[in-house]
Design a protein around this ligand. Sequence first.
Ligand code: RET
Length: 246
Amino acid sequence: MATPGSEATWLWIGTIGMILGTVYFGVRGRGSADPEQQSYYIITTLIPAIAAAAYLAMATGWGVISMPLSGTGGVNIYWARYADWLLTTPLLIIDLTLVAGARKETIYRLLVIDIIMILGGLAGSIMQQGAVVRIACWAVSTAAFIVLLYYLLGELSERARNRSTATGTVFKRLRNITLGLWALYPIVWILGTGGGFGIITITTEIMLYVMLDIGTKVGFGAVLLESQDVLQAADRPSSASELKSH
Ligand code: RET
C-alpha cells in the first residue's frame, strides 16, 4: 500500500538521515587500522544501514500494512519498524557491552530481554482484541525494558568503571543517552497507534520515532566513535584477561 503524504515525508527524512549516518560512519571507519576497534565501526555502521532500509520500506509503503482497529476504522501498522528494532537494538546493546567488557552470559541475557521487549511491542501493535491486551503487551515490554536498565545501571556500569576511569566515563555517557532516549519509546508507543487511543496523530508518532531513532543510532554512534582513543587505550590490557576469564 502507498504511504500517505505527511507520514511519508517524515519517513523520507528518516531514510535520508540514516543514509547520511551510514556514510559518515563508513567513511570514518575506513581510516581505523586497529582490527580490534574495527568491530565498533562495523556494528555502529550497520545500525543506521539497517534502519535506512527499514525507513525506505516504510516510505515506499512496502513495510506497512493496514489493519482494522475498533473505533478508528483502520490504522497503518509500520511493521518494518519492529524488524529494524529487532536487529538494531541488539547491536546497540552489543556496542554497550563491548565498551563495558561484559561477561558472555550477561550479553546473552540482555539480548533475550531486549528481544522480548521488541516482540512485546510488535504483538501489542497488531493485537485486535482491544485495549486491555495491548496494554498488557506494553506492560510486558516495559518490564523487560526496566530489567535492561537495571543491568545498564548496575553490572555494566561497574564493569566499565573497573576497566579504567576513562572507560567508566565513556560508558556513563553512552548509558545516559540510552536511558534517556530509549525511555521515550514506550511513551510514544502508548500515546500513538500502539496504545490504540490515538492521543497523538500517526504523523506526530512517526516524527517522534524518526527523531528518537536518529538520536539513538546516529547520535549514539558519533559519541561512541569519538571516544575511540579512550576505548583503544582501555581495551588492550583487559581484553586478554577477559578472554581468559570466560
Ligand atoms: C516498545 C513497545 C512498548 C514498550 C517498550 C518499547 C520499547 C522500545 C524501545 C525501542 C528502542 C529502539 C531503538 C531504536 C533505534 O536504534 C517496543 C515501543 C518499552 C526501547 C533504540
